[in-house]
Ligand binder design. Structure first.
Ligand SMILES: Cc1cc2nc3c(=O)[nH]c(=O)nc-3n(C[C@H](O)[C@H](O)[C@H](O)COP(=O)(O)OP(=O)(O)OC[C@H]3O[C@@H](n4cnc5c(N)ncnc54)[C@H](O)[C@@H]3O)c2cc1C
Length: 289
């Protein structure tokens, strides 16, 4: 099979790892990974070369990518850094990025994997038999063609996985293109490198990115003017992320996966997974689009 993965953050990397380690992966299968970044495995939030002052909001104990060792990241940190945490007992996000790049590198350097360093801008669905564009109502087998910023690619894929991550910030106040307005501050080391200490800086919003900005400016500048945050609601509000919630309807546990694998002879049909997620969300009165 010829497969494309779009995006090489944690999601894309886990798709890649799952495909390569799958018992059905064949010696003639080929995987193209489309990713404009040079670093493969880290994604936008954990860019390994970004400023070390931007911190994880999660404990290292829950961030292992090794399913056989849940403390893999914590142990990696301890073996790579004398002081793995900062004064707040938090771990730097670029450190996590370095860990991800290292752990996923055997998959990206696999001989059946090829990195296309470009952004995907379109995908066309083709009829597998004729290789002509398929129409919406058609049943049958489909294949996919990808367009990057360089144009349509020659390869035709049997499957395309999208793992493109966090959507871009909304431009609520139509500020894009305005002088001295920075729409996306990441990577901070690059985008926020050229301020003067006597400049007056304001930040719209004080969520997680606002906290990153505060840490960055406190670590890299000695601002003479206050750094001002504009917020509509509670300042520095942090979304609570409970790891477990007893009364939350959530069927996709490890036990459920094992049970379903037995029921379906090794593989759980995608439709069963989708229906289960939809039923859980419905149960919780979540709106589905
Ligand atoms: C600033 C920030 C900080 C965060 N901090 C934390 C944290 O501390 N703890 C935590 O648990 N979670 C955090 N998160 C949540 C984070 O989104 C997830 O933990 C996880 O990294 C998402 O991985 P992903 O692979 O889905 O997306 P991403 O890591 O965003 O990867 C998507 C990849 O797709 C690529 N891509 C996008 N569009 C295209 C395209 N058209 N063509 C080709 N490639 C494309 C991008 O370049 C990127 O490398 C943070 C998120 C952000 C945005």
């Amino acid at each position: 099979m010829d497969i494309a993965i779009v995006g090489a953050g944690i999601s894309g990397s886990n798709v890649l790892k799952s495909l390569i380690t799958h018992p059905n992966f064949q010696a003639d299968d080929l995987i193209d990974v489309y990713e404009p970044r040079q670093s493969l495995g880290s994604g936008l939030p954990y860019e390994p070369t970004d400023d070390e002052s931007i911190m994880l909001n999660t404990s290292s104990d829950v961030l292992s990518v090794d399913e056989n060792n849940e403390l893999d990241f914590t142990e990696w940190l301890e073996s790579h850094f004398k002081e793995p945490t900062n004064f707040e007992q938090l771990v730097s996000r670029p450190h996590y990025g370095k860990y991800l790049v290292e752990r996923f590198s055997p998959f990206y350097t696999h001989e059946q994997v090829h990195h296309v360093q470009n952004t995907v801008v379109d995908v066309e669905v083709l009829d597998a038999a004729t290789k002509e564009p398929a129409d919406d109502t058609q049943d049958g087998n489909f294949v996919y063609r990808i367009k990057t910023e360089d144009g349509w690619q020659d390869s035709v894929y049997d499957a395309v996985f999208f793992s493109v991550g966090h959507p871009e910030y909304n431009d609520f106040y139509d500020l894009k293109g305005t002088e001295n307005y920075i729409h996306n501050p990441y990577p901070m080391k690059e985008k926020l490198a050229n301020f003067d200490n006597n400049q007056k800086i304001s930040v719209v919003g004080s969520g997680a990115t606002g906290v990153d900005l505060m840490r960055f400016f406190m670590s890299n500048y000695e601002l003479e003017q206050p750094l001002t945050f504009y917020d509509l609601k509670e300042p520095f509000y942090c979304v609570a992320i409970p790891y477990e919630k007893d009364d939350f309807t959530y069927h996709l546990t490890k036990n459920w996966v094992e049970e379903q694998k037995e029921v379906h002879g090794g593989f759980i049909p995608l439709q069963v997974i989708l229906d289960t997620i939809k039923d859980d969300l419905k149960q919780e009165n979540a709106k589905l689009w």
